[in-house]
Design a protein. Structure first.
Lengths: 295, 228
């Protein structure tokens, strides 16, 4: 193919978009609706995942050391905990550290206790698998010099149940979305085919090769995909910034749950929407032309 | 330039549209193909530009055997033949100029040559001033003239016309015939399927009558020979 023919194909694709009017509108709308659904869904899923990760990583056991334990024994205990099955991370915190933390939360009045600190030395332990926190806690409780182990018992189990459900719901949503997308696009293609079959037939009779016919259609599909992606990209970006600015200050107070920061995240989502738009467009054109090239 | 030898065509539904056709057409001839509807006239014409493939036998045009040509080569064949249809077959979303230019774009001609040649043939068919209009804005006769312009713009040696005046009134039909006459006088072979008795009997040329998938008559300066 000569380069000027390539230019001709690009020009032809633009011309066709302009002259097809309602057909262009119909295709772009179908792509827009699909991509908007995809965009919203991806934003929700990614944040849900982030939430789940945040919560899971936050599941921590607090192991209280016996007040009578010697330094030597504490060092041994740390080793034992680290060696316990299913433990990922052990962080030691002396009773003095604990007092500082308390003071941060409740004010400096607690400095009174500096002379006679009533707190325990503490190990903060994380399980390798957050869902096994309870089992790991039981194992650690059996070790010498351990006074008691605390973690948000029943609550955590319920939390994991909720997260499981929400992920399954997400999966169902994905399937529903894919189905909708296929339906919308294949319907639009069907409309386009009827309008185009005569054009393709004529082009072949005049001596056009399959690729000569196909390439402008493929370009056209690509532009339609890009046009269809513009609105979803704008909407998702605007909406996410609005929601983020509204919710983030409140969520930040809890220190537990946070939304994904917009910057790299929105770029990724918009990139995904754009690429999907282009792929849907090209695929759609290819499918609609393919059937009628065998004249 | 065209040799058909023992051409036989049977459609999947069992109809035999060509039952042993042998014919020889020379460069520069003007040939009418006549015959009752459903007698195999259209099949005879369609096999020449490879819209239909013969079941057996040979069709040789300019040394290319259409019975053996690969599907991939069909576009190359079509570029050497101009085809004019009863229903014009213009692209509705392209204007007059673009419709004609399309036949040159497919052979990747340069824009300069395309512009020159398209304007030349539009001039020949007398529609230069309507180059920017769309087919739907033109009358039937004008659309057919555009279709003819497209068929000759890449200077084929052979033009095949399948009832080109079938949808047109008598006056317009004669305008179209005059264009074909002009094209033929420049040495282009013309094969025309037609039902137009007046034209065949007035503008005398070779007549091939197809009946029941066979050649019933082949006369140098024949008559239409059927009562309508």
């Amino acid at each position: 193919m000569k380069f000027r023919t390539f230019g001709r194909h690009v020009k032809e694709s633009f011309r066709s978009i302009a002259r097809n009017g309602w057909m262009t509108f119909a295709s772009v709308s179908a792509v827009t609706v699909t991509l908007l659904l995809v965009g919203v869904f991806v934003v929700i899923m990614m944040n849900l995942n982030k939430l789940a990760d945040d919560l899971e990583n936050d599941v921590e056991m607090k192991v209280f050391v016996e007040l009578t334990a010697e330094d030597q024994q504490i060092t041994e205990l740390e080793q034992q905990i680290a060696d316990t099955l299913g433990v990922k991370e052990v962080v030691y915190s002396t009773k003095e550290d604990e007092l500082v933390k308390l003071a941060q939360d409740f004010g400096n009045d607690l400095q009174l206790f500096e002379q006679d600190n009533p707190l325990h030395d503490v190990f903060y332990v994380k399980a390798a698998t957050p869902t096994e926190t309870a089992a790991v806690a039981t194992r650690i409780e059996r070790l010498d010099q351990v006074s008691r182990v605390e973690f948000g018992k029943g609550k955590i189990e319920r939390l994991f149940a909720v997260l499981d459900v929400s992920r399954n719901v997400g999966l169902v949503l994905i399937l529903g979305l894919l189905f909708t997308a296929m339906f919308l696009i294949s319907n639009t293609i069907r409309i386009t085919i009827v309008a185009r079959r005569r054009d393709i037939e004529i082009m072949k009779l005049v001596g056009a090769t399959n690729w000569f016919i196909r390439i402008p259609f493929v370009f056209e599909g690509m532009w339609l995909g890009i046009m269809g992606a513009l609105l979803p990209m704008t909407l998702v970006t605007t909406a996410y910034y609005a929601i983020y600015n509204e919710l983030q200050p409140r969520l930040a107070q809890s220190e537990l749950i946070t939304l994904l920061p917009p910057m790299p995240f929105l770029l990724q989502v918009n990139g995904l929407i754009l690429v999907m738009g282009i792929m849907i467009g090209i695929w759609g054109s290819f499918m609609s032309v393919r059937k009628f090239l065998k004249v | 330039m065209i040799q058909m030898k023992d051409v036989y065509k049977k459609y999947p539904n069992g109809i035999v549209a060509a039952n042993g056709i042998t014919v020889d057409i020379k460069q520069g001839e003007f040939v009418y193909v006549v015959g009752p509807s459903g007698a195999g006239k259209s099949t005879f014409i369609k096999m020449m530009y490879r819209e239909e493939k013969p079941t057996s036998g040979d069709i040789i045009i300019n040394g290319i055997n259409l019975a053996k040509i690969k599907s991939k080569k069909v576009p190359l064949l079509r570029r050497q033949i101009g085809v004019v249809f009863q229903d014009f077959k213009l692209l509705p979303r392209m204007n007059v100029y673009e419709n004609v230019a399309f036949a040159l774009e497919v052979i990747e001609e340069s824009p300069k040559v395309i512009r020159k040649r398209v304007m030349e043939v539009l001039d020949l068919v007398g529609l230069k001033h309507k180059a920017r209009m769309f087919p739907t804005e033109l009358s039937g006769g004008e659309q057919q003239r555009i279709s003819i312009a497209r068929s000759i713009v890449n200077r084929p040696k052979l033009v095949i016309a399948d009832e080109p005046t079938g949808n047109l009134d008598p006056d317009t039909s004669w305008e179209i015939m005059n264009i074909f006459k002009e094209i033929n006088s420049r040495g282009t072979t013309i094969i025309m399927a037609t039902h137009n008795k007046e034209i065949v009997n007035t503008l005398k040329h070779r007549v091939i009558a197809v009946e029941g998938g066979m050649i019933a008559r082949d006369e140098a300066e024949g008559d239409y020979g059927y009562e309508i």
